[in-house]
Design a protein around this ligand. Structure first.
Ligand SMILES: C[S@@+](CC[C@H](N)C(=O)[O-])C[C@H]1O[C@@H](n2cnc3c(N)ncnc32)[C@H](O)[C@@H]1O
Length: 221
């Protein structure tokens, strides 16, 4: 049984493998170009960075390589993800098994300079309390970096799985239909509305892949 909030029925091992295999593509040069231009200027010399739903910890590792003075905290409900992150070398990460849907973030109010959330929020039944927690912990001028799926037509989504993910055959077809409602839950407008409802102002956004939108948000005044 998956320990995380079920993502289309994938096993923990399957999800871990997919996150590791696709990491370099999802967080390649276009991502870091955007990050350097739109996020980095807001980071202090010794930023506190958290990644909620951090998966195998690879984004935190990459951040640690780029920002060696950062304090890096990762939270994930799946023990196998945290175990993978704890084996990473070359950076110091504080990784904790944590259910963001039911537990407050273990950070004092107004102390986090960058909160990242990548491909987690669409899974959660109730996004607003989780966004409220993110808003609470953000320091003045702190950034919330939301990177998540945006709705695509069924035909486009299935073609993307076939052509980009290179998935073919009956099992892949079953997986595509199973995941369609999971990955195509929110439009970009829905995300903007949710962020505004949670008291977060979108400062920047980009679409580096048709399947995902990245929002850079700060606490609304
Ligand atoms: C699609 S993966 C994304 C992982 C990572 N952010 C990345 O982009 O590589 C979603 C992650 O969210 C985690 N997750 C699901 N529900 C969660 C919850 N309630 N609290 C914390 N993490 C959760 C899963 O265990 C999984 O690692």
């Amino acid at each position: 049984m998956p320990t995380h909030q079920s993502i289309g029925g994938a096993s923990d091992e399957d999800l871990l493998r997919r996150m590791v295999d696709t990491h370099a593509d999802r967080f390649g040069p276009p991502f870091w170009e955007f990050f350097a231009a739109r996020v980095e200027p807001s980071l202090p010399a010794r930023p506190v960075i958290i990644d909620v739903g951090c998966g195998p910890g690879l984004l935190l590792r990459d951040l640690g390589i780029r920002y060696p003075s950062a304090a890096l905290h990762g939270y994930d409900v799946t023990p196998a993800m945290i175990a993978h992150g704890r084996q990473l070398t070359g950076v110091t990460l504080t990784l904790t098994v944590h259910d963001a849907a039911t537990q407050p973030l273990p950070h004092a109010t107004g102390t986090v300079n960058l909160a990242s959330m990548s491909s987690l929020l669409h899974v959660l039944d109730e996004p607003l309390p989780v966004l409220g927690e993110v808003r609470r912990v953000l320091a003045p001028g702190g950034i919330f970096l939301l990177n998540d799926w945006v709705r695509q037509p069924l035909e486009t989504y299935l073609a993307w799985r076939r052509d980009v993910m290179k998935e073919t055959g009956p099992e892949a077809s079953r997986r595509g239909f199973r995941l369609f409602p999971v990955h195509n839950k929110y439009t970009a407008d829905d995300w903007r509305w949710l962020l505004a409802e949670a008291g977060l102002t979108v400062r920047d956004q980009t679409e580096l892949r048709a399947s995902h939108r990245i929002f850079v948000a700060t606490r609304a005044a």
